[in-house]
Ligand binder design. Structure first.
Ligand SMILES: NC(=O)c1ccc[n+]([C@@H]2O[C@H](COP(=O)([O-])OP(=O)(O)OC[C@H]3O[C@@H](n4cnc5c(N)ncnc54)[C@H](O)[C@@H]3O)[C@@H](O)[C@H]2O)c1
Length: 376
């Protein structure tokens, strides 16, 4: 099986999530890093490429230089798929240029700065027949996939409550640290977009809600907080969800929940039972039953769904984690690029990107307009 010639935009030296993408690509065993625009600083990009043993001729100062040079290569040498791991405001421009020129795209969330931009990307991807993978990482965990399949199979009956949270505390010292906030791009609306907390992490919780339940949220009512008037963007928020007249839910999300690390959790309650999963203990899926003891479900067993089994390589008791979850998305994207059959939920795509942007926009609007219900 040949590896795809793979490029990256962003993700160079010192970047947070770029390294996870490279490990994911390695785990998927379907990509070889050939070149890219690894850094906003060209010299640092070249240092990175040297350390990674990448041909310096394939290191570019910007996206236009990348496209001009790569397009001139024979198709047998040209980069085929590109991951975008830059700050949010660059995703749309880079994805649009890449898709328009025939490159498959793997993109970080939030996919763009608006749902209109996300819809435009979808149209280009469809027109060009290209794969677009959106790295909502947590959908790659085997126990999340097991939960999804069991909910689809009706194992907990009809869903009657959904409760999700994504709590972090890392912004707390920054926000109380004088001008420290000015060096954090996630707090700058020109770079991050219209929301910090909902845009950066609330959107993961929203994606998890729709992924796990298979249901679509129809309306949201948001109460967001900037904590201090000098902060432009929300740092904390509670968002009520309405799926239909009988089913509601909630997303609680914060970047100032002091002491919290990366605490994304979901509970889905049905008429017969419930599921609970949390990212900080990702190999445990708790299944609760009406009138019977709870079960603890863990990866690596034959009795799991084929989707969960295929998402975990090692035997039971050998914990896999975030890199493998990322790797599962990269595996799914590679299957789609090869034209192989994928299963529902194999990797999030541009539709999930559009939903995410609609969620962020609706939450911000609801908060601004007096905490009223806003449809998605
Ligand atoms: N899926 C997840 O779980 C997850 C986790 C973390 C971050 N993210 C997302 O990943 C993206 C990057 O976040 P991060 O925390 O790694 O950011 P970061 O600031 O650590 O890294 C950004 C990288 O982009 C590069 N860059 C900036 N401007 C550029 C330009 N014009 N051209 C080329 N490269 C440029 C920087 O040099 C750096 O290498 C964000 O959209 C973020 O929301 C997703």
């Amino acid at each position: 099986m040949k590896r795809f010639r793979w490029g990256m935009i962003g993700g160079g030296k010192g970047a947070f999530i770029g390294g996870a993408h490279r490990i994911a690509a390695k785990i998927a065993n379907s990509y070889e890093l050939i070149g890219g625009v690894f850094d906003v600083n060209f010299e640092r990009a070249k240092e990175f490429a040297f350390e990674e043993d990448i041909d310096l001729k394939r290191v570019y100062p910007d996206i236009d230089a990348f496209i001009t040079s790569e397009n001139k290569m024979p198709s047998s040498e040209r980069i085929q798929v590109v991951s975008i791991v830059t700050p949010n405001y660059l995703h749309f421009e880079h994805a649009k240029k890449l898709l328009s020129n025939g490159y498959h795209v793997i993109c970080e969330k939030p996919v763009t700065l608006s749902s209109t931009e996300a819809v435009e990307l979808k149209e280009i991807a469809i027109k060009k027949g290209l794969v677009f993978c959106l790295t909502h990482t947590y959908t790659g965990y085997p126990m999340v996939r097991e939960m999804k399949r069991r909910i689809e199979a009706g194992d907990i009956g009809v869903i009657q409550r959904v409760d999700a949270q994504y709590l972090q505390g890392w912004v707390n010292p920054i926000i109380h640290g004088g001008n420290a906030r000015l060096s954090v791009w996630r707090l700058d609306p020109k770079v991050a977009g219209i929301s910090s907390c909902m845009g950066d992490i609330g959107v993961h919780a929203f994606n998890m809600v729709e992924y796990a339940t298979g249901l679509m949220v129809k309306e949201v009512l948001a109460v967001l907080s900037t904590l201090k008037p000098e902060n432009t963007l929300d740092l904390d928020g509670n968002v009520l969800l309405r799926f239909d007249e009988n089913l509601t839910g909630v997303i609680r999300s914060s970047q100032i929940a002091t002491g919290e690390e990366n605490n994304i959790q979901i509970s889905v309650y049905g008429t017969k039972g419930a599921f609970h999963w949390e990212q900080e203990n990702p190999n445990i899926l708790k299944m609760m039953h009406e009138g019977a003891p709870s079960e603890i479900i863990t990866p690596g067993y034959d009795y799991l769904s084929s989707f969960a089994r295929d998402s975990h390589v090692l035997p039971p008791g050998h914990p896999e984690g975030i890199y493998e979850a990322f790797g599962n998305l990269y595996k799914g994207a590679a299957m789609a690029i090869r034209g192989e059959q994928t299963v529902p939920g194999q990797f999030p795509g541009i539709d999930e990107g559009i939903r995410g942007m609609q969620f962020i926009e609706a939450a911000v609007r609801s908060n601004k307009e007096g905490n009223r219900w806003v449809s998605i």
